[in-house]
Design a protein around this ligand. Structure first.
Ligand code: ADP
Ligand code: SF4
Length: 684
């Protein structure tokens, strides 16, 4: 197949200063939780993007000196010459596929508390550092010597970047993380000298550093500027009009303008809170200010939308982080006219949790993400079957569908059976909840792929028992039978079941998703799960006219979603919907007369009037069939939520893992199940 000519514009080369990108697909810098610790994995991941056709592939933010250390976060380092081989490994992988390699140099200013280096943090003004743990570390206001030192340090890091082979060397003024944004914004710059006050003064350091970087490496490397179009602080911070003025003042100075929103949660919004192209209003004014290429993001997965934004003169290149994570081969698929093979990002931000938890990037849609090197997985290919075998998969949720798809791709004979009327398991149910429609893509992409395979058959409304499974005569049975929400209150705060009176009106998320509604017009949603489910159910119930009180033992609503950068948005939405939010209260008893909760600090009890209660606490694997089959001597494996409930990303990964490991010799539990980077010990 060849590409449709209407997408030709996406494949036109474009000049960026002294270098030329082969097409308009630009993987903007994005964090990944691998950084300096998992370099080989990181290099393979970036290389995969280049292999998949992204014309420009960038690193994440790279610390340009030990005095800007963002520990415990694991980013790349460019502190001194010792880091050059690491940086070069990544650039080399990107170059193997004729893509340009971009290096995002970063001094994090007041967002680098320097917990590792113990250097004193610096910032435009004296202020607290900003970390997620409110570290008691202040940043010192930079004096003129500090500014000179920062400029020298940035220049030296740029030269090291060029030595390592990079084609684009960034000046970073985005996400509140780049110090040049911190100078630009009056929210973090109260200086009385020529670096503070007027916009011209606040932009002075940014201008100087662009000039320094151009002077140092600009003859061979492009120098893009990544800038925040808004800080969402009103006139107290950067707003689009002022940023446009700043861009106009330096319009032709850098080789490319890479636009973003600040802080990061505003930039990488989930599909629950924003649509594809949500940044266009902030981007569209910039092209008329400059002749240099403009790059913007907005979770674009549709090639038609990409063509539109270029044709409408909104941007010149399609910037992407998440769409390139969910599908490193997105450009290639457009080029080859295989649009329905594009694995579209669902906008869930599980990828972001990697950075937040300091663990390698993972993705709900693309289970090979982060596993390219350490497990040798490929987003598009998988080795052919080792022998003939027929596999029966029970359950067509994300685990069963991914296992079936990948086993089918390997060439096995696969039968997937599900008792439900539609495929997709939990994804089919959850994508009907408010704001989660895009999650249905997990099911849709897999069903489409399975539909193309003659060796994979899917049977719905097929309730499989141990007898029917054994009668089927498969060589191997996979139980991907999912999990059920618990009705007994066991969760994170309380691991053991609670006293739940059978006369009380108690619902679980499964009940609500299958259409059951509270008997009372007032309901308490108790959240000891701490992810999205309880808040989404609150939205649903409020829309149904029910008065909702949300109770959680955590300090905030949906506490885990700090890691998907949704927490504040979720809590705001609950409050805006009129939900009463009660925090730091644990559930002690559910009776027909009402609910008893207790303060998690003092134990003081509180009685809530009788009403209905929705318990969102934890799930239990539905593994009865697996256990029976095992007992009866079948060759059977349980995967996904049936084995141990977790996020959808885990279920997809489990399906892929089964397919990858099927027909390999059983692993010894003592073995490390992946390759890892080892430290070379320095001389003592
Ligand atoms: P996972 O996230 O692990 O993929 P899900 O809960 O999404 O799990 O999907 C499990 C699927 O298994 C559901 O669609 C459910 O209907 C199906 N299922 C469970 N038990 C049986 C069974 N005995 N026979 C057929 N299908 C089953
Ligand atoms: Fe998109 Fe979710 Fe994958 Fe991130 S984890 S790239 S948001 S599908």
């Amino acid at each position: 197949m060849t590409r449709d000519s209407r997408y030709d514009i996406l494949f036109e080369p474009i000049r960026i200063g002294p270098v030329t990108a082969r097409n308009r697909f630009y993987q903007v810098p994005h964090c990944n939780g691998m950084g300096y610790r998992d370099v080989s994995g990181l290099a393979a991941m970036r290389g995969m993007k280049a292999e998949g056709g992204w014309g420009v592939v960038c690193t994440e933010m790279v610390e340009l000196h030990a005095a800007s250390d963002v520990a415990p976060y694991v980013e790349l380092r460019n502190w001194d010459d010792q880091d050059i081989p690491t940086l070069a490994r990544i650039a080399d992988k990107i170059h193997e596929h004729q893509s340009l390699a971009g290096l995002e140099l970063c001094h994090s200013g007041y967002t680098a508390a320097n917990l590792y280096s113990r250097e004193t943090p610096i910032a435009p003004m004296a202020m607290n550092t900003s970390t997620y743990h409110f570290d008691p570390v202040h940043a010192r206001a930079m004096d003129k010597q500090d500014i000179k030192d920062l400029r020298r340090t940035h220049r030296a890091a740029a030269l090291r970047g060029r030595k390592a082979g990079y084609d684009l060397i960034y000046v970073y003024a985005g996400h509140g993380l780049g110090i040049f944004q911190q100078f630009l914004s009056r929210a973090t710059n109260d200086r009385a000298d020529e670096y503070g006050g007027s916009l011209e003064n606040r932009a002075r350091l940014l201008r100087e550093v662009i000039e320094d970087t151009k002077d140092a490496v600009g003859d061979t490397c492009a120098v893009p500027v990544r800038i925040a179009m808004s800080e969402f602080l009103g006139s107290d911070g950067l707003e689009p009009a002022e940023v446009e003025d700043a861009i106009a003042m330096m319009a032709e100075l850098p080789d490319l303008w890479d636009l973003s929103l600040s802080a990061w949660p505003k930039d990488s919004q989930t599909s629950r809170f924003s649509e594809e192209g949500f940044q266009e209003p902030y981007i569209k004014g910039v092209k008329k200010l400059t002749s240099k290429p403009v790059v913007g993001v907005g979770r674009y997965t549709s090639p038609d939308a990409m063509v539109r934004v270029i044709r409408q003169g909104i941007m010149d290149m399609i910037g992407a982080a998440r769409p390139s994570i969910a599908d490193p081969y997105l450009p290639k698929k457009i080029e080859e006219g295989r649009l329905d093979d594009i694995r579209e990002c669902i906008g869930c931000n599980i990828c972001v949790t990697g950075d937040y938890t300091k663990t390698p990037l993972r993705c709900t849609q693309n289970p090979s993400m982060g596993e390219e090197w350490r497990k040798g997985w490929h987003p598009e290919h998988i080795r052919a079957k080792a022998r003939e075998a027929q596999i029966l998969i029970i359950g067509a949720g994300p685990a069963g569908l991914e296992a079936g798809r990948a086993l089918g791709q390997r060439g096995y004979q696969v039968t997937i059976a599900d008792k439900a009327r539609e495929a997709g398991g939990r994804v089919a149910r959850e994508c009907r909840l408010p704001g989660l429609a895009a999650w249905g893509r997990v099911r849709d992409w897999r069903l489409l792929q399975i539909g193309k395979m003659t060796n994979v058959n899917l049977y719905l409304e097929s309730d499989v028992t141990a007898d029917t499974a054994l009668e089927f005569g498969a060589d191997h049975i996979v139980c991907a039978t999912g999990a059920l929400w618990r009705r007994d209150g066991a969760g994170h705060h309380q691991y053991l079941p609670l006293a739940v009176d059978a006369a009380a009106d108690v619902l679980t998320p499964d009940d609500v998703m299958s259409g059951v509604r509270p008997k009372s017009r007032e309901a308490i949603v108790f959240d000891d799960d701490h992810y999205y489910m309880a808040s989404v159910l609150c939205e649903l119930l409020v829309k149904d006219g029910i008065k909702v009180t949300y109770v959680t033992p955590a300090a905030v609503a949906a506490a885990y979603t700090v890691n998907t950068m949704e927490q504040k948005l979720i809590q705001a939405r609950l409050l805006e919907l009129g939900v009463t939010v009660v925090t730091a209260e644990a559930l002690s008893e559910v009776t027909a007369q009402g609910l008893v909760t207790s303060c998690i600090y003092t134990g003081k009890e509180r009685r809530h009037a009788a009403g209905s209660v929705v318990l969102v606490t934890s799930r239990k694997g539905d593994d009865a069939l697996y256990r029976e089959l095992k007992e009866r001597g079948a060759k059977v494996t349980a995967i996904g939520d049936a084995w141990a409930p977790a996020a959808i990303a885990h279920a997809v990964y489990a399906g892929r893992r089964f397919a990858e490991e099927f027909d390999t010799s059983p692993r010894d539990m003592m073995e490390t199940p992946f390759r890892r980077e080892l430290l070379t010990l320095a001389g003592s």
